[in-house]
Design a binder for this molecule. Structure first.
Ligand code: AP5
Ligand code: MG
Ligand code: ZN
Length: 215
């Protein structure tokens, strides 16, 4: 039997990456995330596209969306190879949502609700493992030894787009482009809301229950 097809939505810093790792482990599905895919290909040449900048890095470091053409292709390829997935970071606008409708069927859409005032502190305090990608927070989820990954011993660093200025721009871009996507799934009746302001473990308990009962 194939695993569930889960879509996880939420603002920058809502905890999508944190909960997606739990979902992938628990349900044995693929974690498909456009953010990580783009970070691994930040200097890819996209100059042949009719786009403002020549590489994804230029959009990401400014907090703007990378062109749909680039991310649609990433998602199409990744979903075709996955036997069940948790999709994180996509769709981010209505045109991507429409594209997604045409390439897959979702079993459940989970929305992590977090107040905007929480997000900046979460993102500027985030640290990510260079080796395995594990997420930490200097205050809310610190590693045992500062700067060192608990899982693999790798170095913990700050993402280039986690400066306060870029974080604020990412939140604005989210409000303008992605909130309409959330409204759309809500209107279609597919959306399950989870309180993302609880502790990571409490959020996970609610996410797991939602997937077990809906998917
Ligand atoms: P992406 O990597 O997707 O970033 P994002 O959506 O801004 O979300 P984040 O990864 O920052 O947050 P998260 O929700 O995963 O939170 P996390 O679990 O880490 O995208 C980056 C860029 O790529 C975009 O700006 C764009 O340029 C481009 N891009 C990506 N997809 C695209 C697309 N589809 N179209 C166009 N462009 C695209 O948690 C955050 C922090 O909070 C961590 O430190 C964590 O430890 C902590 N934390 C987590 N849960 C809790 C909790 N319950 N309580 C307290 N702290 C918590
Ligand atoms: Mg993330
Ligand atoms: Zn690690």
């Amino acid at each position: 039997m194939s695993g569930p097809n889960v879509l996880i939505l939420g603002a920058p810093g809502a905890g999508k990456g944190t909960q997606s790792s739990n979902i992938a482990d628990e349900f044995g599905v693929e974690h498909v995330t456009t953010g990580d895919a783009l970070r691994a290909n930040k200097d890819m040449d996209i100059s042949h596209m009719d786009a403002e900048y020549d590489i994804p890095r230029a959009y990401m470091d400014a907090g703007e969306l990378v062109p749909d053409e680039v991310v649609n292709e990433i998602v199409k390829t990744a979903l075709a190879e996955a036997d069940g997935y948790v999709l994180d970071g996509y769709p981010r606008n209505l045109s991507q949502a429409k594209y997604l409708d045409g390439i897959t069927d979702l079993d459940i859409v989970v929305y992590l609700g977090v107040d905007k005032n929480e997000l900046v502190g979460r993102l500027t305090g985030r640290r990510v493992c260079d080796e395995c990608g594990a997420n930490y927070h200097v205050e809310f989820n610190p590693p045992e030894e500062e700067g060192v990954c608990d899982e693999c011993g790798g170095d913990l660093t700050q993402r280039d787009d986690d400066t306060e200025e870029t974080v604020r721009e990412r939140i604005t871009v989210y409000e303008e482009n992605t909130e309409p996507v959330i409204e759309r799934y809500e209107e279609e009746g597919d959306l399950v809301r989870v309180d993302g302001e609880q502790t990571p473990d409490e959020v996970w308990a609610d996410v797991r229950d939602a997937i077990e009962s809906e998917a």
